[in-house]
Write a protein that binds this ligand. Structure first.
Ligand SMILES: *Cc1c(COP(=O)(O)O)cnc(C)c1O
Length: 392
């Protein structure tokens, strides 16, 4: 019985690295991550380069990522929440850690203890922080200014008014003013120039205080957009920052699912829930250990899932040199790939199908799911066995 030959079970196996056998696994390359930060730093010219590590470093691990960027030289970090800042602190001991969603009453102790810099996101947060600073003494903060995104921050007029306000309390001491581009991924968008001009008026009102406008995409818009500090996130993790141009970043993450079984199905059969995939030839199907519970979105299904109003043609996997399409619906724990075009000798059960990685760009997989690389990375879920390749 081939199963016994292929998969012997003895005590030795128990001591092996679980990664070698895991149904679902993720490899994170910290050398590539560090190289990507250095690349962003080079492209940022005279500006300092931060590292954005919110959402567990885009799903790849805030401890490893934080340490990697810190060792590469980053001394400015951005997280979304106070809790993320507290987690990051030991891995970036001397760095400035900015908290993008600011501060709620009750979080002051964590902010002060972990020496985090709240990015004040509204008039209420500003008023609250002025009170805190009046009591706790001078503690750095940053000011978010909305230049057209309509998400967080004071309006441009409010920010300029505050800069010129002679009654501004001495204990209010922003170390950074920042804004965020809505259309940085689309260089031709007129939004970019408009936001740039609005932000320039803010930056000049806060002369002597650092300013920051650009995330990954903005860095590619050129030196006018760099100001004093750039804030790359997705590019550090190998994702595409700019639409419709080749992505120069090194891939960082490789996701792979193990093939449980390869089965034959006759022409005329259907595959998976809803019987939406009708086979038009005798086929071989590889059933792999990944599903929507692992962030392998149901919208990747090979047929039958309407994506908003558009039918999708579905996603792909990559195995031993072949791209293999998803057949039928992605299910919670399993996805079926059509491997009919892969020579029988080139594939067997137990092999791994790459879901995205060096052979199948993250952003292509994301596009097939109707989303962006950011969402695929941050949806990976808890079932991946992870292997971290240490930075060289
Ligand atoms: C997430 C975020 C970033 C990083 O954006 P990327 O597109 O991932 O580079 C920078 N600044 C702000 C305010 C953000 O919310």
């Amino acid at each position: 019985m081939p199963f016994e030959d292929d998969m012997p079970f003895d005590d030795d196996l128990l001591s092996e690295d679980a990664f070698e056998f895991s149904p679902l696994r993720l490899t994170v390359d910290l050398t590539a991550m560090a190289d990507n930060w250095r690349d962003m730093k080079r492209r940022s010219g005279r500006a300092r380069t931060a590292a954005v590590v919110k959402a567990d470093a885009y799903g790849l691990g805030i401890e490893d990522a934080g340490q990697t960027f810190y060792r590469a030289g980053a001394r400015d970090f951005f997280v979304a929440t106070v809790a993320e800042g507290v987690t990051l602190r030991p891995y970036a001991p001397e760095a400035r850690i900015f908290v993008l969603s600011g501060v709620w009453p009750g979080q002051e102790a964590d902010i002060l203890e972990s020496d985090l810099v709240p990015v004040l996101a509204s008039e209420e947060q500003l008023a609250h922080w002025m009170n805190v600073a009046a009591q706790a003494g001078d503690h750095p903060c940053a000011l978010q200014v909305d230049t057209g995104f309509n998400r967080l921050g004071l309006s441009v007029d409010e920010a300029i008014g505050l800069a010129d306000d002679p009654c501004r309390p001495a204990s209010f001491s922003p170390v950074l003013v920042l804004s965020h581009l809505a259309c940085g991924d689309t260089p031709a968008s007129p939004m970019n120039k408009a936001q740039l001009q609005a932000f320039q008026t803010v930056a000049s009102a806060y002369e002597g205080i650092d300013s920051s406008l650009s995330a990954s995409a903005g860095i590619f818009l050129g030196p006018d957009y760099h100001f004093d500090l750039t804030r790359p996130g997705i590019a550090l993790y190998g994702g595409a920052a700019v639409n419709d141009v080749p992505n120069p970043m090194r891939p960082v993450a490789k996701a792979e699912a193990r093939i449980i079984t390869i089965r034959s199905a006759l022409s005329g059969n259907t595959v998976s829930y809803g019987a939406t995939c009708l086979l038009n030839r005798n086929s071989r199907l590889a059933v792999a250990s990944v599903g929507y519970a692992d962030g392998y979105h149901r919208s990747l299904s090979g047929s039958g899932i309407a994506l908003r109003d558009l039918p999708t043609s579905g996603g792909y996997g990559f195995i031993n040199g072949y791209r293999v399409p998803i057949a039928g619906r992605v299910t919670m724990d399993l996805t079926i790939f059509d491997v009919t075009d892969v020579p029988e000798k080139a594939i067997r059960s137990g092999d791994y199908i790459e879901l995205f990685g060096p052979n199948l760009p993250l952003d292509e997989a994301a596009k097939a799911a109707g989303t962006i690389g950011y969402e695929l990375l941050t949806s990976l879920g808890l079932r991946y066995e992870r292997r971290v390749l240490e930075a060289e």
